[in-house]
Design a protein around this ligand. Structure first.
Ligand SMILES: [Zn+2]
Length: 227
């Protein structure tokens, strides 16, 4: 009875349907083999290259962990789109869970104090009803048991969409967009900062800058996809 209850909860959070194509899943996989085959995994070499290009210079991020490479018109784009605009917040849980399962055991993730989802501006959150990155954090918490640091980082203003901006324009666009709350709880802490897609890293770097200034000891960046 108790086991059945647990199983029901599990199926509620992780329904046995592939979030990409909706086909019924037989085993405990989340994305079906066919869709998985269409996704491009971010390999160690991709992560290293991206890290060297966008995070070495700023020096605030200790390590980068991303699951997939963002490819236009591929299942990863549709997953993120569904999550952001079609209220499919379970996809966030599923992707966060998959992220954590893949990187579980990495030394950098063993003694973290908080996962901080990159915040949305409050009007955007109201429009969408939720912050998708919060659901990634919930999925990660389920595997790694790290607390979610809510209301620790706030977005002070709305920022323009970064899609068509250059690296330099992106840095200017997000400058001063975040502020730290609950500073006392952050001093000396180790943080996992999480966003859906990391492109040039300007958002994550700006968050990391204000967190470091507030006394955070070390920051790991995570995302579902790398663009
Ligand atoms: Zn599928």
């Amino acid at each position: 009875m108790y086991k059945k209850f647990l199983n029901d909860i599990y199926n509620f959070v992780f329904p046995p349907f592939c979030p990409c194509c909706g086909s019924k899943q037989q085993d405990d996989k989340i994305i079906c083999d066919m869709c998985e085959g269409e996704l491009t995994t971010a390999e160690k070499s991709d992560l290293k290259r991206h890290y060297n290009e966008y995070f070495v210079e700023t020096g605030k991020i200790k390590k980068l962990f991303s699951l997939y490479i963002f490819v236009k018109d591929s299942p990863i784009q549709s997953l993120i789109h569904k999550l952001k605009y079609e209220n499919k917040f379970r996809i966030g849980l599923q992707l966060g869970y998959m992220w954590a399962r893949r990187f579980e055991g990495s030394e950098e993730l063993t003694d973290l104090d908080y996962i901080i989802p990159v915040p949305l501006f409050h009007t955007k959150k109201a429009e969408r009803g939720y912050n998708q990155s919060y659901y990634f954090a919930l999925g990660i918490k389920k595997v790694l048991g790290i607390k979610i640091g809510l209301r620790m980082l706030k977005r002070r203003r709305a920022t323009d969409t970064q899609t068509n901006l250059s690296k330099q324009q992106r840095i200017i666009n997000v400058k001063g967009a975040f502020k730290v709350k609950n500073k006392r709880r952050l001093i000396g802490k180790k943080i996992l900062l999480f966003d859906d897609v990391i492109t040039t890293g300007s958002t994550v770097n700006e968050c990391a800058r204000v967190l470091s200034e507030a006394g955070v000891k070390s920051i790991i960046a995570g995302s579902i996809a790398l663009a």
